[in-house]
Design a protein around this ligand. Structure first.
Ligand SMILES: Nc1ncnc2c1ncn2[C@@H]1O[C@H](COP(=O)(O)OP(=O)(O)OP(=O)(O)O)[C@@H](O)[C@H]1O
Ligand SMILES: [Mg+2]
Length: 302
C-alpha cells in the first residue's frame, strides 16, 4: 500500500526575528484530507508558521513541499490554497454575499463560487444580511467562506475558534470535519487543545517556536490509567496519598482530589483499604490521563 499523499511535507522550517527564533527547526507531515491541529500557547509560532507556508514571510531555512510543490515557490501552490488569518477585513455595510462577490471578482471567479462557499459554511440563509449585523461566529464563517472561494485543496485557519462561545466552537469543528470529508485538507491553529482536538486526526504541539509533539490526539496523553480519589474529609487526603503510595500507586494531589497512576481494576481494593483506615471516599473515578494536562506539561503553559 502506498503511504497517503502528504499535502504538507516540511522539514527544518526556521524563521528568526532579530535574536528571537519564532519558528525553530519545525517539521510537518500532513496527509491529504485530514484535519491537522497546530496547537500552542501565545507566541508559540503558529501564525508565523502559517505565514511562512503562505509565502507571506521568507524562511531563514527549511525545505519541503506544499501540495507536492516546493515551498520555495509559493506562487506555484497558492492558487490551490485558502487561508483565514488574523480576522479578514470585510466591508461592514455590504452583505455577506456582496463581500464574497467583491473578493471573487478580484480572483476572476464567478458567482457560482460565492454560492458554493456560502453553502459550505452554512451561511446561505443569512447571506443578504449586512456584515456588521453578523454575530462573531457568522463573521468567522464568512472568513472561512472567503478562504474557500477558489475551491482550495488545502486551507489554513488561524485560530478560527478564538472568541467563539461553546456552541460556536462546536459549529466550527463541524465545519472543519465537513471540509476534510470533502477532501479539503485543513491546518487549524489554536492556543487551546480542547477547542480543536476533537476534530483533528493529528496534532502538532508547538511552544516557543519548536515542536513539542506530533501525532494522534489520543496518544498525546499516553495510555497510563489514572484514578481520581476524593475523601469526604479533605484532611484525609494526605493519609490517602500515603496509603496509595504504599500499594505502589504514587500520585499527586490536585484540588480536592488525589490523582494516582493505577489501573481501573484497583478501584475496589483502594476503597476497601481506605475504609479500613477510617477514610470515607466520596469519589473513585478511573480515567485516562487528562489531555489538557498533557498539553500543558508539554508546553509549559500554566
Ligand atoms: N513581524 C514580527 N516581528 C518581530 N517578531 C515577531 C513578528 N511576528 C512574530 N514575532 C514573534 O515571533 C513569536 C511567534 O509569534 P506568532 O505570532 O507566530 O505566535 P502565535 O503562536 O501565533 O501566538 P498567538 O497565539 O498569540 O497568536 C513571538 O515571540 C512574536 O513576538
Ligand atoms: Mg497567532
Amino acid at each position: 500500500m502506498n503511504p497517503p499523499e502528504l499535502v504538507l511535507d516540511i522539514h527544518g522550517l526556521t524563521r528568526r526575528f532579530g535574536d528571537r527564533v519564532a519558528v525553530d527547526d519545525l517539521s510537518l507531515a500532513v496527509p491529504a484530507g485530514s484535519v491537522c491541529g497546530l496547537v500552542g500557547p501565545n507566541g508559540a509560532g503558529k501564525t508565523t508558521t502559517i505565514r511562512l507556508l503562505l509565502g507571506l514571510l521568507r524562511p531563514d531555512s527549511g525545505e519541503g513541499t506544499v501540495l507536492g510543490l516546493p515551498i520555495t515557490d509559493p506562487a506555484a501552490y497558492l492558487p490551490r490554497v485558502g487561508a483565514l488569518i488574523e480576522g479578514p477585513a470585510f466591508y461592514p455595510g455590504l452583505t455577506g454575499r456582496e463581500n464574497l462577490t467583491v473578493l471573487a471578482r478580484l480572483s476572476a471567479l464567478d458567482g457560482s463560487h460565492v454560492e458554493r462557499a456560502l453553502r459550505r459554511v452554512e451561511l446561505a440563509d443569512r447571506a443578504d444580511d449586512r456584515y456588521k449585523a453578523y454575530s462573531l461566529g457568522m463573521k468567522q464563517r464568512l472568513g472561512i467562506a472567503a478562504a474557500l472561494l477558489g475551491d482550495p485543496d488545502l486551507v489554513f485557519l488561524d485560530e478560527p475558534t478564538n472568541g467563539l462561545d461553546p456552541a460556536g466552537i462546536r459549529e466550527m469543528r463541524g465545519l472543519m470535519a465537513g471540509l476534510a470529508q470533502d477532501g479539503t485538507t485543513v491546518l487549524v491553529s489554536s492556543h487551546l487543545l480542547s477547542e480543536v482536538g476533537a476534530v483533528c486526526d493529528h496534532v502538532v504541539v508547538m511552544a516557543r517556536g519548536s515542536l513539542r509533539y506530533s501525532g494522534r490526539v489520543e496518544d498525546l496523553a499516553g495510555d497510563e490509567p489514572r484514578i481520581s480519589l476524593r475523601a469526604e474529609d479533605p484532611a484525609d487526603l494526605a493519609g490517602l496519598a500515603a496509603l496509595a503510595t504504599g500499594m505502589g500507586y504514587p500520585g499527586a494531589i490536585r484540588d480536592d482530589d488525589l490523582v494516582i497512576t493505577a489501573p481501573a481494576a484497583q478501584a475496589g481494593e483502594l476503597n476497601r483499604r481506605a475504609m479500613l483506615e477510617g477514610i470515607t471516599l466520596v469519589r473513585i473515578e478511573p480515567h485516562a490521563m487528562d489531555l489538557e494536562d498533557a498539553f500543558f506539561s508539554l508546553t509549559g503553559a500554566a
